[in-house]
Design a protein around this ligand. Structure first.
Ligand code: NAD
Length: 326
């Protein structure tokens, strides 16, 4: 009699028990993760990160992956996350070949304010997050990471300056319908994890995602910090962001958590204290580290709890682009 496989969800255990000959051994399998929005700007890197770290990955999106991702060993499944029935079906019964989901990284959304009327952004994003959390509850998926956003800090920081720098996970000041839906995703997580003490939901407040080819713009901003005042001069490389999402799933936590994920430096060569003095002269700034160029979104908690360690700084990436190596 095969022993239980702890990574199987109750849903899969039930269906496997029904289908399989109990006298036969259960074949080993990798842990399975659904990445919603896996065809997007960030999602494609999250899919790669999870595949590279031994996960079986299902990219769930309304558009297929770009041709550049053809060699990445992930399966694409079409699902419109606005439809609860489809999301429940996705988590419980796509076909007998892959019943059972161990974890979900939920990225799919309208990814910024002002891409659609406010109510459309709000309803679309909050509905998709609810559908994922509720279907995961029904299917028994206990390990979830959600894309929240730096906008929860009050972006644009000019003219909505924070009380102090660096920005920790404390501020809750949405200034758009997009950001309101992100904050409510964090609040929903608190209630879903209160209902189920075994559940983990990690909300990643991620900074502005920079596609690797776009680092070429950074040198042009250097004389004008106002170009990036709106988000405190911060950015996140999608590969580092993907590392943050993977660590969020791999860390044995329970309950709801919020982590800032940004790069360690700012988008400028000037010292951070100078940038603050020039653009936010009345905002107190107490650095986290001795790095004179540290970012104004604090990643201390992600470093301490998750072991997050960003690897892709913009200056090195610009050098690679200039040398034609990126
Ligand atoms: N890009 C940034 O700077 C940034 C910053 C902070 C937070 N975020 C968040 O990160 C996440 C990913 O952002 P991105 O920049 O990769 O966005 P993106 O638009 O490039 O990717 C989003 C993906 O989700 C898919 N999608 C949208 N609606 C869907 C639906 N109903 N069903 C299934 N798939 C659907 C899209 O087809 C797309 O491939 C989003 O939640 C966004 O709000 C992004």
């Amino acid at each position: 009699m095969p022993g239980p496989i702890s990574s199987f969800t109750p849903t899969e255990s039930l269906s496997e028990r029904r289908l399989a000959d109990p006298s036969l051994p259960v074949p080993p399998r990798k842990k399975r993760v659904i990445v919603t929005g896996g065809s997007g700007k960030l999602g494609r890197w999250v899919v790669r990160e999870m595949v590279d770290h031994g996960w079986e990955v299902f990219n769930v999106d309304v558009v297929p992956p770009a041709p550049s991702e053809a060699s990445v060993k992930a399966r694409y499944i079409y699902t419109d996350l606005k439809d609860y029935g489809s999301v429940l079906g996705l988590l419980t019964d796509v076909d007998s070949g892959w019943r059972g989901v161990d974890a979900i990284i939920h990225l799919a959304a309208i990814p910024a304010p002002a891409r659609a009327p406010n109510h459309v952004v709000f309803h679309t994003n909050i509905t998709q997050t609810y559908n994922i959390l509720e279907a995961a509850r029904v299917a028994g998926v206990k390990n979830i990471a959600l894309a929240s956003s730096e906008t929860v800090f009050g972006i644009p920081l000019h003219p909505h300056p924070p009380e102090s720098f660096p920005l920790t996970e404390e501020p809750e000041r949405p200034e758009s319908s997009y950001s309101l839906a992100k904050l409510l995703g964090e609040k929903m997580s608190e209630q879903f994890t209160r209902w189920d003490p075994e559940l983990k939901i990690v909300n990643i407040r991620l900074s502005n995602v920079i596609a690797p080819e776009d680092y070429i713009n950074f040198p042009k901003w250097q004389d004008d910090p106002w170009q990036r005042a709106w988000n405190g001069f911060c950015y996140i490389d999608p590969r580092d962001c993907a590392q943050g999402f993977r660590l969020a799933l791999e860390k044995p936590l329970k309950g709801t958590h919020v982590f800032n994920i940004a790069n360690a430096d700012t988008a400028f060569t000037a010292p951070t204290a100078e940038l603050v003095k020039r653009v936010f002269p009345n905002i107190p700034y107490k650095p986290d580290t001795s790095d004179p160029r540290e970012g104004l979104i604090s990643i201390k908690k992600a470093r301490d709890v998750l072991g997050f360690d960003p690897k892709y700084d913009w200056q090195s990436e610009v050098k690679k682009l200039q040398a034609g190596k990126a």
